[in-house]
Design a protein around this ligand. Structure first.
Ligand SMILES: [Ca+2]
Ligand SMILES: [Ca+2]
Ligand SMILES: [Ca+2]
Length: 312
């Protein structure tokens, strides 16, 4: 390591220590190792249990949930005004929606089965999630107010999970445990295996231009982030390291993929990588479990009532 790089590491370590001591509130945190185009929601146990946080482009971190239960897997609404997440605070896992400042959490699913991993449609009217309410795990879609839940994959054998809407809202990608990644129409019809997928592929994420899918694959023996075009071309592993990587999320401008990486036992980090596999960067650099990144939509503009100086 060169002297400048070593000094930078020391500086970051000192800033991280200060940040930890001061609680790292809005706008007071250290800078990030790279510029990010928008804020990133993620979940972390740095509060003592899993909660939802937002990491701002200036390095500040805001805690949005403060409940003893599990709160995780945040997903921004397309207008940036709300966040969906799931929580077991009411006894079993349910999909919730809260305002983007953490206020007014509402239980949308209210079902004795487990309901988890929400994904908001691009027009904001629907939320996909997975649930075992029909015995096996299936992809369900409900209106954004929780009404009219519909099972999209009840006719498919085995377990399906981790729904991801296409950017134009016409299709939904998901994984089917024993087969790989499927893409179906938004009503669940015509499910087809993604080109090049293999059993064990999971957690699909659409690129903003709709041409590519990022996903988790263990085809090389360790969980890495892979990308393939919908036509099956340009298949590549973006991460190639011993850490278990998962839950990729594209930034709205397509310039970055955020993902979770299990660095050590009980210490995951939110990482960034370019879609060509370059500039792999540890964004959270925190001893806690930090995972499930989701980018704030770029269309969002800060409203005066929020009283925030953060760029979108
Ligand atoms: Ca919690
Ligand atoms: Ca439930
Ligand atoms: Ca961490």
């Amino acid at each position: 390591m060169g002297r400048a790089a070593a000094l930078k590491q020391v500086r970051l370590a000192v800033l991280a220590a200060l940040c930890f001591g001061l609680g790292c509130g809005d706008g007071t945190g250290p800078g990030l190792p790279v510029e990010i185009p928008t804020a990133i929601a993620f979940d972390s146990d740095r509060s003592g249990n899993r909660d939802v946080f937002v990491l701002w482009p200036d390095g500040g971190v805001t805690q949005l949930t403060d409940d003893p239960g599990f709160d995780g897997s945040p997903d921004w609404s397309p207008d940036g005004e709300r966040l969906a997440f799931y929580s077991d605070r009411d006894g079993n896992t349910e999909v919730y929606v809260m305002r983007s400042d953490g206020a007014n959490p509402q239980n949308l699913t209210n079902h004795a089965a487990d309901d988890a991993h929400p994904d908001w449609s691009a027009d904001g009217t629907k939320i996909a999630f997975h649930s075992d309410r029909d015995i096996t795990w299936d992809i369900w879609v409900m209106n954004a107010d929780g009404s009219e839940p519909v099972n999209l994959t009840g006719d498919m054998p085995g377990d399906q999970g981790f729904a991801a809407w296409s950017p134009d809202g016409t299709r939904i990608a998901f994984h089917s445990r024993d087969e790989g990644i499927y893409i179906a129409n938004a009503d669940g019809s015509d499910p087809r295996l993604l080109a090049q997928t293999v059993p064990g592929d999971a957690q699909p994420a659409w690129s903003p231009d709709g041409d590519r899918i990022a996903f988790l694959s263990e085809r090389r023996g360790v969980a890495d982030i892979w990308v393939v075009k919908l036509d099956g071309s340009d298949l590549r592993a973006l991460t190639r390291d011993p850490a278990q990587d998962g839950v990729p999320a594209w930034s709205a401008d397509g310039s970055w993929i955020a993902y979770s990486s299990m660095q050590r036992v009980n210490n995951a980090e939110v990482m960034l990588i370019r879609p060509d596999g370059s500039e792999q960067t540890n964004l959270t650099r925190h001893d806690a479990f930090d995972a499930w990144p989701d980018w704030r939509p770029s269309v969002y503009r800060v409203s005066a009532k929020e009283g925030r100086s953060h760029a979108p």
